[in-house]
Design a binder for this molecule. Structure first.
Ligand SMILES: [Zn+2]
Ligand SMILES: [Zn+2]
Ligand SMILES: [Zn+2]
Length: 146
């Protein structure tokens, strides 16, 4: 099972709870909050409690398996990212996240650091905006409210 190996590689015991939560996050196109995941995992026979979902998500992100994204009002949303250095395009309206596997700012970051006497060890850069779908609905909305 792929998720089991992922957990073991990160030094986490693959408990049933962790596997279920990791799989549930992996199945989402967008980052999910603990609250959303909690509602999703609650079936007719119950599911993990909200505190457990919070705790498990935090341990998965502490282990570097999940990335966190701001979800408003101090909430965090979690997403399973590809391993390795990459950047994100994030839609501010629908929350969709697109991974950009290439890094085009490495040289710029190293240069900026060097000119100020730093040695760059790593950097983070995400781009926020509106995705194609959201841009398509935007003009209609604007006209209606005008
Ligand atoms: Zn990512
Ligand atoms: Zn969007
Ligand atoms: Zn980069």
């Amino acid at each position: 099972m792929r998720e089991e190996g992922t957990l073991l590689d990160a030094g986490l015991r693959p408990t049933r709870q962790r596997l279920a939560i990791l799989r549930a996050v992996a199945g989402q196109g967008k980052p999910v909050t603990a609250q959303e995941l909690y509602s999703k995992l609650r079936g007719p026979r119950g599911g993990p409690g909200l505190a457990t979902v919070y705790r498990t998500l935090r341990s998965l992100s502490d282990a570097g398996l999940l990335r966190t994204f701001p979800a408003g009002e101090g909430e965090l949303a979690y997403r399973l990212c590809e391993p390795g250095h990459h950047h994100h395009l994030i839609c501010e309206r629908c929350g969709q996240v697109v991974e950009i596997p290439s890094c085009e700012v490495e040289e710029w970051a190293a240069g900026v650091a060097e000119r100020r006497g730093f040695v760059a060890t790593h950097h983070q850069a995400d781009i926020f905006g509106l995705c194609g779908n959201c841009r398509a609905v935007e003009p209609r909305r604007a006209r209606r409210s005008a």
